[in-house]
Design a protein around this ligand. Structure first.
Ligand code: ADP
Ligand code: ASP
Ligand code: MG
Length: 445
């Protein structure tokens, strides 16, 4: 007896009974696509990945491969490499403190150039594509210029284009507020656009294509022996990103966590490779390392008030005016007091250092400390790993390593899965390399 689905499909050579094309009677080349289960991918390409016409054509060819497999693709792109920096210095050449609204109008042009070029390159391969600025894609943000947060995305337009067979190319890093002003999402913000779109469109996977082939145990440009992680937990990635690993913008990781987006970091320079998957559980196949990585951040500055009267409300008197100026404070250390006086130190982002110093000098008229000291040549090095929860001795290994390298520790802060240490900036690389080795993170270790 024959049901018509025995033997091989004459078109694709698959077992006819498992060939969806043959079963549906679509006996042309199109049915190959039916065999691939259709998925929706959001692919974000960073600055280097779209840094030249050749790189853009490379991106177009990758997108075409996904389309040929029957998938729907939303492409999110950054400005071509160096462009955002160029635009910022151009603004600074006419204004010492560029107006944030105008800066956003200008910065958004970088991504606008990329989307059009990528769409053209895709069309050149015979595939339908359409570009969208943040406003056209209706990526609604709050009004905090230069570091706006995405509030909502209207998926209707994009969905309609995808269903009509278009590749949709969206400008990363930009949105629009409810008064129609152009906003940007902070440096590295295209990652967040990618993940937010993946969440809004319920994509099967958000792929972040960059110039390294995944998330490493530390920045591979600083430690060439760093090892790519096949998986990293969402919690660890959140710590790594917030502690300075700029491979993913922190808000993109937050978004992935809030909306359970399947997020993967891959290289746009390699055609093969599984990259690094951000996971939500520590499954049985997870690499069992206690420590997952070492992050570092050079953009820090420390401020110390010496001999502060140790009385209730003093921390508020010091940090209140800093908070009022929208300056984020990171680490805080208050020493044990002697004779009613104590030293109080905290760190801020280096770009806020001068403003914070000015504020404190005026607040000190009331605080009456013995002096305000600042150091904008510090850095923070952090050891991150969920395994810390169940392993003792991580801190002592870190401190011993720095002691052996002769590096003085200025401040320490810990959480369940990280230890952060503030040191002199000039020792960052030495510290990162030493810690990376001490925790056996190298390739083949
Ligand atoms: P893109 O332009 O594609 O967004 P970024 O420069 O923002 O790329 O991020 C990729 C860079 O992140 C890498 O080139 C690498 O130097 C740096 N990086 C820092 N820490 C890590 C890490 N732990 N793993 C991988 N890359 C890292
Ligand atoms: N072009 C922006 C930047 O350089 C956004 C991004 O690349 O993600 O920060
Ligand atoms: Mg980036």
């Amino acid at each position: 007896m024959s049901d018509g689905f025995h033997g091989l499909c004459p078109i694709c050579g698959l077992l006819a009974r498992s060939c969806r094309g043959a079963r549906s009677g679509t006996l042309d080349r199109l049915h190959k696509q039916l065999n691939a289960s259709m998925a929706l991918f959001v692919q974000k390409y960073g600055g280097t990945s779209v840094g030249s016409p050749e790189r853009i054509q490379h991106v177009a060819r990758r997108v075409a491969r996904f389309v040929a497999q029957g998938h729907q693709v939303v492409v999110v792109v950054s400005a071509m490499s160096g462009e955002t920096n160029r635009l910022i210095s151009l603004a600074k050449s006419v204004s010492s403190q560029p107006d944030p609204r105008e800066l956003d109008v200008m910065l958004s042009t970088g991504e606008q150039v990329s989307i059009a070029l990528v769409a053209m390159a895709i069309m050149e391969l015979g595939i339908k594509a359409r570009s969208y600025t943040g406003r056209q894609a209706q990526i609604l943000t709050d009004s905090v210029h230069t570091r706006a947060r995405i509030v909502e995305i209207d998926r209707v337009n994009l969905r309609a284009d995808l269903d009509a067979g278009y590749v949709v190319v969206v400008a990363g890093f930009q949105g629009v507020d409810d008064s129609g002003n152009i906003t940007t999402l902070g440096r590295g913000g295209s990652d967040t656009t990618g993940v937010a779109l993946a969440a809004a469109l319920n994509a099967d996977e958000c792929q972040i294509y960059t110039d390294v082939d995944g998330v490493y145990t530390t920045d591979p440009r600083v430690v060439p022996e760093a090892r790519r992680l096949k998986t990293i937990t969402f919690e660890e990635m959140l710590e790594m990103a917030s502690l300075g690993s700029k491979v993913l913008q922190i808000r993109s990781v937050e978004f992935a966590g809030n909306y359970r987006v399947k997020l993967r970091v891959l290289s746009s320079f390699q055609d093969e490779g599984e990259g690094t998957l951000i996971t939500f559980e520590e499954g049985p196949d997870m690499e069992k390392a206690v420590i997952s990585g070492i992050a570092f951040n050079r953009d820090e500055a420390k401020i110390t008030l010496l001999g502060v009267p140790d009385r209730p409300g003093i921390a508020y008197q010091i940090l209140g005016p800093i908070g009022d100026a929208n300056i984020d404070v990171d680490m805080i250390v208050q020493n044990v007091s002697h004779d009613g006086l104590t030293d109080f130190s905290f760190t801020v982002h280096r770009s806020d250092f001068h403003q914070a110093m000015e504020i404190l000098k005026s607040a000190d008229a009331h605080i009456k400390s013995r002096g305000v000291m600042g150091d904008d040549k510090i850095a923070k090095v952090s050891v991150v790993g969920v395994g810390m929860r169940s392993h003792a001795g991580i801190a002592s290994t870190a401190f011993r390593t720095l002691a052996e390298e002769g590096i003085n520790i200025q401040m320490i802060s810990t959480s369940e899965i990280k230890i952060s240490i503030v040191i002199d900036e000039k020792y960052v690389e030495l510290a990162v390399r030493g810690l990376h080795k001490a925790f056996d993170l190298e390739q083949g270790a």
